[in-house]
Design a protein around this ligand. Structure first.
Ligand code: MLT
Length: 406
């Protein structure tokens, strides 16, 4: 009989948000008359911005005519979008990124998992704890870990985020080859200062390590002293790959568009120690396994950078961040230690109680879905994450229900 990838046996039975979705369905089936409010998975609730919808329609019309039809596009993304991203997200912030270092993709989640294809299996991997579970699970699937015990996988190095370090782990004294950093952070909402990021870049340069920098929530940064890109830090072009997404800002969670920046300065060793270009390897991987994001979706992503697109994105970001402020204030006034919600749409609350029990209590007593902190790793036990993505009246109602249930 055909054999399965044995590493899948090490995984927890299901992905965190699938487990939550199953619990919600069971609850709804048992209580069909209740109206749940979802502040769990970070899915946006505002519709696509109008310029994006217009661009989608116009591009669909183009595809409908033989004269303007486009078939396979470039696997790396169309030049019009790569140039727009390089100019607006990088050059205008003083970061030196070329359009052909930008790889357009169908999602930050996919890219963070797919990137492992180009890395050796016997590398030392450092993941934050709490952590976006995709970083861990994709390493398990690839066979880079041992068994799961006591909330952790053997073989991974965990970088602990705590109240004391503001959920920004410092570089370890030991060696890592690959480090996952996510700022503004999912799930803790923490952001990293310039000096904290500089420490990581110095560490990576000293250890010939690679930083996989997930900046999916960059647009939510409000503090003026927080860098928006790792490339604002000197030296990062030689050691960091940055992943960004249109999902949470322009409402592309279902439409799907993101990008990964792989600077040409990054070198990586082959088996014999010979230096190879990471950019070339990723390009090779993408052109073999990916056929690019659809033309209408790339046109819609381009429209995010138009003056009207920017206004609409600003509106959405401000709206969700006002929700975040509201959630933060209410949980703080309820006496909890709260972080996040300042530069990110996630509010991380220390409940001090078993996080799945707290989740169940909120589901059954308040009819509100939140995310249990332990789902993001051992260090998340005793915490919950509340997402600010919902309509204002729903957030207000959810917070009233939560306050009553507490
Ligand atoms: C989350 O809630 O953590 C995110 O929505 C997950 C994701 O973006 O994949």
């Amino acid at each position: 009989m055909i054999k399965m990838n044995p590493h899948y046996n090490k995984l927890n039975a299901s992905y965190l948000f699938s487990t939550i979705a199953k619990k919600i369905t069971e609850h709804q089936n048992a209580n069909p008359d209740t109206s749940l409010i979802r502040l769990g998975i970070g899915d946006v609730t505002h519709g696509l911005a109008k310029p994006c919808v217009d661009a989608l329609k116009a591009a669909a019309d183009e595809l409908g005519s033989d004269e303007s039809f486009r078939g396979y596009g470039p696997e790396q993304g169309y030049a019009f979008l790569r140039e727009t991203i390089a100019e607006n997200d990088y050059h205008q912030r003083g970061a030196d990124i070329d359009p052909d270092e930008v790889f357009v993709s169908d999602g930050a989640k996919c890219d963070s998992g797919n990137f492992l294809d180009v890395l050796a299996n016997d590398i030392v991997v450092g993941v934050p704890d709490p952590v976006y579970p995709v970083y861990v699970d994709t390493n398990v699937m690839a066979g880079r870990t041992g068994a799961f015990s006591d909330g952790r996988y053997d073989g991974l190095q965990y970088l602990e985020g705590t109240v004391d370090n503001g959920f920004v782990p410092t570089p370890p004294s030991s060696h890592l080859d690959l480090v996952y950093l996510c700022f503004p952070n999912n799930p803790t909402g923490a952001s990293a200062t310039r000096s904290q990021l500089s420490e990581w870049v110095s560490y990576a340069l000293e250890h010939n390590a690679l930083i996989l920098f997930d900046a999916a929530y960059e647009r939510f940064i409000q503090s003026t002293d927080v860098p928006h890109s790792i490339y604002e830090i000197e030296g990062a072009r030689s050691c960091a790959v940055e992943i960004r997404s249109f999902s949470k800002t322009a409402g592309f969670t279902g439409t799907r568009c993101a990008f990964t920046v792989v600077p040409k300065d990054i070198e990586i060793a082959d088996d014999s120690g010979e230096k190879r270009s990471l950019h070339s390897l990723w390009n090779r991987r993408q052109s073999t396994k990916f056929n690019g994001v659809s033309y209408p979706v790339q046109r819609a992503a381009e429209a995010v950078y138009s003056p009207e697109g920017r206004r609409e994105v600003d509106y959405r970001v401000n709206y969700y961040m006002e929700n975040a402020r509201l959630i933060r204030d209410i949980m703080t006034n309820a006496g909890y230690t709260v972080s996040g919600g300042v530069d990110s749409p996630y509010i991380w609350v220390q409940t001090g109680t078993d996080s799945w029990s707290f989740f169940d209590r909120m589901l059954t007593e308040a009819q509100v879905v939140i995310t249990p902190g332990v789902g993001f790793g051992r260090m998340g036990e005793g915490f919950i994450r509340i997402s600010a993505f919902n309509h204002r009246e729903k957030v207000e109602e959810a917070m009233e229900r939560i306050t009553r249930a507490l």
